[in-house]
Design a protein around this ligand. Structure first.
Ligand code: DC
Length: 214
């Protein structure tokens, strides 16, 4: 079974995906980390995120980088969003994601274009959203917990800028697949959102079994 989870930054899709992977005993890939690794490598190489050749050169990173906590910073997230605009970068990361999605054990992947581009025939597609204010509050609280300096207005502005870039890029923009189920987490605790996601996956699987009993 392939579960595709897409949505904007800080919508809760990361936690939801991890919990779905645990609940359904499936391997999990946070595809945002791949773009973050490119952004981080580009910065190390002194490249320009808006230059497609520099961004493509940064796609040659070591897999060990994917577990480096440095990838989680806001600055690297911003760079990831900028390098992800280039079709060359998306192509360079495409095979790795498809191979993960279509492994025999099944998989949960979270990102922006999993249900639309990477695994268009995924068994279940969830599009997780929340208002920009709710997402900014979550990000603000997360940064304060980590002891990072946090300014709410800056965080909100950054979220809006990233949404704008992710939604409006020409290649694989952030948008729900036509057959995706929407999960709005604005007024949900994370536990309630996870329970709702599990229920949505179960409903989808049992609906499919009813349609195709063989
Ligand atoms: O999910 P995240 O915040 O770690 O992702 C960082 C950026 O990477 C995001 O702003 C856009 C890009 N990204 C993408 O274009 N496609 C994906 N499947 C995942 C992330």
């Amino acid at each position: 079974m392939i579960i595709a989870v897409d949505g904007p930054t800080a919508s809760g899709k990361g936690t939801i995906s991890k919990q779905l992977a645990k609940y359904f005993a499936l391997p999990f890939l946070d595809t945002g980390l791949l773009y973050r690794a490119v952004g981080w490598t580009l910065r190390e190489q002194g490249g320009d995120a808006d230059n497609p050749a520099d961004a493509l050169a940064a796609c040659q990173f070591e897999s060990a980088l994917l577990s480096d906590p440095a990838l989680r910073s806001e600055a690297v997230g911003g760079l990831a969003s900028r390098v992800s605009v280039h079709p060359q970068v998306r192509r360079a990361l495409d095979k790795r994601q498809r191979d993960f999605a279509y492994q025999p054990a099944g998989a949960v992947l979270d990102g922006r274009d999993i249900g639309t581009v990477i695994a268009p025939d995924a068994d279940v597609k969830l599009f997780v959203t929340a208002s920009s204010e709710a997402r900014a509050i979550r990000r603000f609280e997360e940064m304060k917990r980590r002891g990072d300096p946090a300014d709410f207005d800056d965080i909100l502005a950054d979220i809006l800028k990233r949404d704008e870039r992710d939604k409006n890029r020409a290649t694989a923009p952030l948008k729900p697949a036509e057959d995706a189920d929407l999960l709005d987490t604005t007024d949900l605790t994370i536990d309630a959102a996870v329970q709702q996601a599990i229920a949505m996956v179960n409903a989808k699987i049992s609906g499919r079994r009813d349609k195709d009993p063989a």
